[in-house]
Design a protein around this ligand. Structure first.
Ligand SMILES: Nc1ncnc2c1ncn2[C@@H]1O[C@H](COP(=O)(O)OP(=O)(O)OP(=O)(O)O)[C@@H](O)[C@H]1O
Ligand SMILES: [Mg+2]
Length: 255
């Protein structure tokens, strides 16, 4: 269970005010909104990486507000990948990246896991995102953007937390890969709360239980068929939405 109470997110001044959402069971929540609306800020706030300006966050009735240590017991986070080479000075292989990340995650949660179990979790996670064995020994800085995206998702999966936050998981994935990863996200959401930001809502639409649309300081959270309609989208994206609405086939979308 994930609940936000009167949550204001932002930095000096709020980006979005008074967010009250309650997610009771495994589901896929898609966070939408224009560039700079606060999608990444929202995910980081849930993960305790950014303190909210106001309000509280509860997971299974534990107050995790502003604490990555407490939130980390429940949440794993796959960040929005920027194609920078800033980490090149710290070489780390694909396997090590996922294994260290998962190991740290289990330690923080006080969950005991044997070396053999950990290896299996890492192997399964890498396979589930389509990263073959030939890449496991390669430095993560010698991967394509899409491959790197996949291993960040694999690391989040390997942590096996009940909540997974995915920031732009499809952004640099090729078209065929997008369908695969969307499918994987859909199946994860059968047993976990998955919260994903996405600029291409159509990809995840058929798996999406709730859309959280944010922008201009406000939000709406509802079933896709109630949010992905012209007048609501126009309110958040402006007139450019005419093209956008056509793109996502809002008119012929029925649940
Ligand atoms: N560390 C920070 N300090 C101050 N302002 C920040 C910081 N990080 C982001 N912002 C600002 O907060 C706003 C929201 O940023 P955020 O990254 O949450 O947007 P987003 O909805 O994820 O956008 P995108 O679609 O481009 O990923 C932006 O105006 C951004 O410049
Ligand atoms: Mg973002």
């Amino acid at each position: 269970m994930l609940k936000t109470v009167n949550l204001d997110i932002g930095f000096d001044k709020p980006l979005v005010r008074n967010i009250n959402i309650y997610i009771e069971k495994p589901s896929l929540v898609q966070v939408m909104g224009p560039n700079g609306a606060g999608k990444t800020t929202f995910l980081k706030t849930l993960a305790g990486l950014i303190k909210p300006l106001n309000g509280r966050i509860y997971i299974d009735d534990v107050d995790v507000t502003g604490s990555s240590e407490k939130a980390g017991r429940f949440i794993s986070f796959s960040p929005q990948i920027v194609t920078t080479k800033q980490g090149e000075a710290f070489p780390i292989s694909v396997w090590e990246f996922v294994e260290f990340g998962a190991d740290l995650c289990y330690r923080k949660r006080g969950v005991g896991i044997s070396k053999m179990e950990l290896r299996k979790v890492v192997r399964d996670a890498l396979q589930s995102v389509g990263i073959g064995q030939e890449l496991w020994g390669r430095s993560i800085w010698r991967l394509s953007g899409g491959q790197r995206q996949r291993i960040f998702i694999a690391r989040a999966i390997a942590c096996n937390t009940p909540i997974i936050l995915l920031d732009e998981p499809l952004s640099s994935i090729d078209p065929e890969g997008k369908a695969e990863i969307a499918n994987l996200i859909g199946s994860l959401s059968k047993s976990k709360i998955v919260i994903a930001t996405c600029h291409d809502p159509e990809m995840l639409l058929r798996y999406t239980d709730l859309v959280l649309l944010i922008g201009k300081g406000k939000y709406v959270a509802d079933k896709p068929e109630n949010v992905l309609v012209g007048n609501v989208l126009r309110e958040f994206y402006g007139e450019s939405i005419v093209e956008f609405a056509n793109h996502i086939h809002v008119c012929d979308y029925h649940v």
